[in-house]
Ligand binder design. Structure first.
Ligand SMILES: [Zn+2]
Length: 249
């Protein structure tokens, strides 16, 4: 959270976001009634993890978005895609607005990671609520999305990103995780774990076939030498048996 805390407030004010709308009241009939009720429930009964999400949301809403974002329904629950860290929908099947689902599995990567994932989802919310364009053609990660990433990224001194990684820049679909410096998330950084995994896989992928190839080639060679010796001695049956066994093995 320290990075966001360092953001200059005058820059935030200059972003030109609209002021919070009046329909953010706690009335159960207000458009955001579910989100407000959920927030009140979590405040009273929720776990620390659930409260943490709402605290982050409020913090980011205030410091980055000037309080322009409506109350969101943020849940620790699995997104549609099992590989996704989170997902966002403007209105779900139940009519719940501005729903963000955070995969419980990301908690293992620490609070900074959770914070970044939430920030990413909040940019989807900004595109939907402020820009009124969810960029479905880009699966949500189009030029508008990239623009917001870069606006905040510039404040946080992060490298520029682009839609689909155009112009050789990192893809905004993974912002800000893909532009955070190495070690930023500590020792539980999933990027490090992935690299390690890939390296191990690569090493074993490189090693196994070559080992298998070498030992197979060696077996063939040994079998051929033996078969040749037997053939010279006139034992064609013995040579045949050895070669057959070598070919099957
Ligand atoms: Zn996204």
């Amino acid at each position: 959270m320290n990075d966001a805390a360092l953001l200059p407030l005058d820059l935030i004010a200059s972003l030109g976001l609209p002021a919070p709308t009046s329909d953010t009241s706690d009335s159960p009939t207000a458009p955001y009634g579910v989100a407000s009720a959920l927030r009140a429930t979590i405040q009273a009964e929720g776990s620390f993890g659930a409260k943490f999400l709402y605290a982050c949301y409020d913090y980011l809403n205030k410091t980055l978005f000037g309080g322009a974002l409506p109350p969101a329904a943020i849940l620790w629950t699995a997104p549609s895609s099992p590989r996704a860290y989170a997902d966002y929908i403007t209105t779900d099947d139940h009519g719940i607005k501005f729903r963000i689902r955070m995969s419980p599995s990301i908690r293992q990567y620490g609070p900074k990671f959770v914070f970044d994932v939430l920030l990413h989802e909040m940019i989807h919310l900004v595109c939907a609520h402020v820009e009124r364009d969810e960029e479905h053609g880009y699966r949500g990660h189009g030029p508008r999305f990239a623009h917001w990433c870069n606006t905040f990224g510039c404040m946080m001194k992060l490298a520029e990103v682009s839609p689909k990684g155009r112009g050789g820049k990192p893809d905004c679909a993974q912002w800000p995780i893909n532009v955070r410096p190495a070690g930023y998330y500590g020792e539980n950084d999933p990027r490090v774990a992935k690299q390690k995994k890939t390296k191990t896989q690569d090493e074993s992928a490189e090693r196994e076939p070559s080992e298998r190839k070498t030992s197979k080639a060696e077996r063939y060679e040994a079998a051929m030498r033996e078969a040749l010796t037997l053939l010279r001695a006139g034992d064609t049956q013995g040579a045949d048996a050895i070669l057959s066994a070598a070919l099957q093995g």
